[in-house]
Design a protein around this ligand. Structure first.
Ligand SMILES: Cc1cc2nc3c(=O)[nH]c(=O)nc-3n(C[C@H](O)[C@H](O)[C@H](O)COP(=O)(O)OP(=O)(O)OC[C@H]3O[C@@H](n4cnc5c(N)ncnc54)[C@H](O)[C@@H]3O)c2cc1C
Length: 401
């Protein structure tokens, strides 16, 4: 959606194809980071975004005992316009971007349109084939296809792009519980127990929970049944024990097969992969959305000119990967380090939280909490809106919306 909006503002004819009928899906992560908030301001969408129902996250903290927690990332330390992570259901953000893009005459959004394959001709990708729920099938021809279809990207498979896969120790299970006025929405506090841990994302009307356990343990979890799962959740988060009955069956608990990988090349002639389609991200650190948004901005900046001319060369496509490879590799390296140092010991039952010396260090040197906040909130190479996409607030704030 970000790439579609930016290219449409450059006057490029864009069609965004989305297989679902709406953006209303949970379990995608709700985090909008300081660098994305800044981008929305640059696009003239900051005020409209601020009007969305949201909570603000100012820190990430680990509990050390029943009364005390240690802050490991403090977003208030960032020198940015929005020193917090906005927690906004992803569908609200996507709808906002879609509304803004619809203002551009060259933008088309085709919902319920599933890409089923690539159209090849003359040794390059020339477009996509698609299917609609009423059985309709068709083809769209394009100067460039950009695969933004996530970690199971059909486009990258069809283009036979080689993937470098990294082992991941965890899987995630998502579910929701009722929220009460006492729940603190401004701090993200992972709760760790031996063998599993959980994250609570406060949404406006309910709590979104991520339960993290050993990769491949979904069959055992389901075989043990909902009663056992409720007991597990209550033991991990005693303050939520009074609401676990809201889970009526394991159908309420959605399994997500976590992957961490990246393509060796992000393009073939006529096709570019970005976001999770180019590099699937672990949920650790909650940075995948930010990285995907940054890829989109870089791609729009580098490719709007060539697309306006009507030809995009392989070298121009390669330039997008060159620009985004360093942040991708760095962030994935930190995620893999956290998998080894933090996640695996907890999931193997060797520890029930971060290493004590690390917590002691961040307690003694609070400036370190700004370093992690920067990595999560801004990332190694933040991208800014190109001049052609910038709008003043009033013009793009959807007067009357
Ligand atoms: C359990 C888990 C939790 C996470 N939590 C967070 C978090 O809190 N914060 C964060 O920043 N990141 C988080 N991430 C990572 C984040 O979800 C991804 O990095 C990010 O969503 C990637 O964005 P994307 O646009 O590349 O792909 P996606 O968000 O996966 O979007 C792909 C889109 O393409 C559509 N699509 C797929 N196939 C087709 C097709 N054939 N035709 C048409 N449309 C298609 C899909 O419906 C979808 O709308 C999490 C990841 C996991 C696994």
């Amino acid at each position: 959606m970000v790439l579609g909006l930016l290219l449409a503002r450059a006057g490029v004819e864009v069609s965004v194809l989305e297989k679902h009928g709406d953006f209303l899906r949970d379990f995608r992560g709700d985090t909008v980071h300081p660098s994305t908030l800044q981008l929305l301001d640059e696009l003239g969408l900051g005020e409209r975004f601020a009007r969305l129902p949201q909570s603000r996250l100012y820190e990430v903290a680990f509990p050390v005992d029943a009364r005390r927690s240690v802050v490991v990332a403090d977003f208030r330390r960032l020198r940015v316009r929005h020193p917090y992570v906005a927690m906004v259901p992803q569908w609200d953000l996507l709808n906002l971007l879609a509304d803004a893009a619809r203002d551009e005459p060259t933008f088309t959004l085709r919902m319920r349109t599933e890409v089923t394959g690539l159209v090849h001709q003359g040794g390059r990708v020339r477009g996509v084939r698609y299917r609609t729920p009423d059985g309709g099938e068709g083809e769209i021809r394009a100067d460039l296809v950009v695969a933004c279809d996530g970690r199971w990207s059909i486009a990258r498979q069809e283009a036979h792009l080689a993937v470098r896969e990294f082992p991941v120790p965890l899987d995630a299970w998502w579910f929701r519980l009722p929220r009460t006025p006492e729940d603190n929405p401004s701090a993200l506090t992972p709760r760790a127990g031996r063998g599993r841990f959980a994250l609570v994302i406060p949404r406006r009307d309910y709590l979104q929970l991520a339960y993290i356990a050993r990769k491949g343990s979904d069959p055992q979890l389901r075989a043990r049944g909902v009663e056992s799962f409720r007991r597990d959740v209550a033991a991990l988060m005693p303050d939520l024990a009074d609401r676990v009955d809201a889970l009526t069956s394991m159908e309420d608990v959605k399994h997500l097969d976590v992957r961490l990988n990246r393509l060796r090349r992000w393009h073939v002639e006529g096709l570019l992969c970005i976001g999770d389609a180019a590099h699937a991200m672990s949920p650790v650190g909650g940075v995948g959305i930010n990285l995907a948004v940054q890829d989109a901005v870089a791609a729009a900046t580098l490719l709007a000119g060539p697309l306006r001319r009507g030809t995009v060369t392989a070298a121009e496509l390669a330039a997008v990967r060159r620009r985004r490879l360093l942040p991708t590799v760095l962030v994935q390296a930190v995620q893999r380090l956290l998998h080894r140092a933090l996640v695996t010991p907890i999931l193997e039952g060797r520890r029930a939280g971060p290493p004590g010396p690390v917590l002691a260090l961040v307690s003694r040197v609070p400036a370190l909490t700004g370093v992690l906040a920067h990595l999560i909130g801004v990332g190694p190479r933040p991208e800014h809106a190109p001049a052609f996409a910038r709008r003043p607030q009033a013009q793009a704030s959807g007067l009357g919306r």
